[in-house]
Ligand binder design. Structure first.
Ligand SMILES: [Fe+2]
Length: 183
């Protein structure tokens, strides 16, 4: 399953710290196993149910948010040299971006007809909550759990790291314009 995951989301290999990388992959593949979801299905699953039909897959969204987060971070690092407030940890940022929506694997399920809908679990636990739970289960650092737990509206007013703020904005940059046009 690890090889399947890396084939569709190769950005996991960019995490430099081997232990952190392994924990991220374990958390992601664990969510896949719990939901009984293959890599191929993740490439078909929409990243949101708020835009229908949604042409962007969960896999493409996860990769694009990661790319956007890194681009934002690189720009901040170049423009704010010497400003501690803008410091970020690249590995923590990568882990947070790659795992920010991992809970959606549990939040969504396929209807018998093939469409996607909220699972029974997802009706009670939105993906930031289930995603944070999976991250804690696999021993991800608190900074990553924080970023996953608070990447969406749950985090308004409580985001406490630069990495979490970057991922929040990278996520909404990859959602709001689509919602405006197609939602
Ligand atoms: Fe997202």
């Amino acid at each position: 399953m690890k090889d399947q995951l890396l084939a569709i989301i190769p950005e996991f290999t960019e995490i430099a710290d081997e232990s952190l990388r392994d924990k991220c992959i374990s958390a992601f593949t664990d969510a896949m196993q719990i939901a009984g979801r293959t890599a191929a299905e993740l490439a078909e699953m929409p990243f949101t149910l708020l835009i229908s039909p949604c042409s962007v897959s969960f896999v493409d969204h996860t990769r694009r948010v990661t790319h956007t987060a890194l681009a934002i971070a690189d720009t901040l690092a170049e423009d704010w040299q010497g400003e501690d407030a803008m410091d970020f940890d690249r590995d923590i940022l990568l882990a947070t971006a790659l795992l920010h929506d991992v809970g959606k694997i549990l939040e969504y399920e396929r209807e018998p007809g093939g469409n996607w809908r909220k699972s029974e679990s997802g009706k009670l636990l939105r993906h930031p909550v289930s995603g944070a739970g999976i991250c804690m289960k696999w021993g991800l650092p608190d900074q990553v759990v924080h970023g996953v737990m608070y990447h969406s509206h749950e985090g308004d007013g409580v985001r406490a790291t630069t990495e979490a703020i970057i991922v929040n904005h990278a996520d909404f940059l990859n959602f709001e314009p689509l919602k405006l046009k197609y939602g």
